[in-house]
Design a protein around this ligand. Structure first.
Ligand code: NDP
Length: 286
């Protein structure tokens, strides 16, 4: 059996078209959504992510603002920068590109972002709202995965979803969003014993561990839907996921590729959150 491909590029494009329409509608009311990105230091990977985010922001018709700060910036200066953006009416979303230099407390900076502009969905207030099912900004990667599942008609209710990885930005919120959709959720992590016993029970298997091709066809139940969040380099320096695509696709009913699966959805959902923020701000200003 060869599973079908879940095409994150095509689904991401479809959602961006919807976002573009939303931006046009807001502009007709005199409101232009704006996303500000703060980039600290000179990490090349961060710089590439930020460049892609800026490009996508402009493509959907939003204003994009980049604030570049040196690696030597003090915590106080960074917090002042966030405070300024919190009060800037032309900015609806604020994103601080992580990781930050060691002398800066990431949690403190995330907490300084106004929850109404926290389009990454990392602020504890927004995380809390997400867990109790209140309207908020959802963390972009898990939110994008939910869109992939919904738009490919994947049934979640009553299904066993197994999440491998429990980070605050992917694994943990992923399980909560699936729970809200009535899946039965199991979390696995580095201390899980006999991982394959759990992964082989999954109707929906989500892998976010950061280990190249770690999950193989032998970990997958026949007919499962497999979502690969990982972004790693293989032995030849080629981009690959946490799942061994070649063997897993023989067993799965559907699977995301890397690249072209979850990756394009993360930026898309950041834009969707920014649009949501701008719609709220615009309706309050009218
Ligand atoms: P973290 O490093 O924060 O978390 C990794 C998680 O995997 C931890 O919970 C860890 O367990 C678990 N883990 C590590 N090794 C194993 C193992 N052998 N067996 C079971 N569990 C294990 O990673 P992130 O969640 O931030 O990212 C995961 C991957 O997803 C990375 O490759 C990252 O690049 C990618 N990513 C991709 C995105 C996209 O848009 N496509 C967005 C975000 C991330 P423990 O808690 O016990 O240490």
């Amino acid at each position: 059996m060869t599973g079908s491909l879940i095409d994150g590029v095509a689904i991401g494009k479809e959602i961006r078209e919807e976002i573009k329409e939303g931006v046009t509608a807001l502009k007709e009311k005199g409101c232009q959504p704006g996303l500000a990105v703060i980039l600290v230091g000179d990490n090349q990977a961060s710089r590439t992510y930020v460049k892609n985010k800026q490009k996508s922001t402009l493509e959907v018709g939003m204003k994009s603002e980049l604030i570049e700060l040196p690696a030597t910036v003090t915590e106080e200066e960074l917090l002042a920068c966030v405070a300024k953006l919190n009060n800037d009416e032309s900015i609806n979303g604020i994103l601080v590109q992580l990781p930050l230099p060691n002398h800066i407390d990431e949690n403190l900076v995330i907490r300084a972002i106004a929850p109404a502009k926290d389009v990454d969905g990392f602020h504890p207030e927004n995380v809390g709202k997400m867990i109790i099912g209140q309207q908020t900004f959802l963390s972009c990667t898990p939110y994008g995965i939910i869109e992939l599942l919904e738009r490919t008609g994947t049934e979640m209710s009553g299904k066993h979803a197994v999440i491998v990885g429990r980070s605050n930005i992917v694994g943990k919120p992923m399980g909560q969003l699936l729970l809200q959709r009535d899946a039965t959720v199991t979390y696995c992590h580095s201390k899980t014993k006999d991982l394959a016993t759990f992964t082989k029970q999954a109707d929906i298997l989500i892998v976010a561990i950061g280990r190249a091709k770690f999950i193989t066809g032998e970990h997958v139940k026949a007919g499962a839907v497999v979502i690969d969040v990982g972004m790693n380099r293989d032995e030849n320096g080629k981009l690959c996921g946490d799942v061994d695509f070649a063997t897993a696709k023989e067993v799965a009913s559907a699977i995301t590729p890397v690249p072209g699966g979850v990756g394009p959805m993360t930026i898309t959902m950041l834009l969707k959150n920014t649009l949501q923020s701008a719609e709220q701000a615009c309706s309050q200003s009218l």
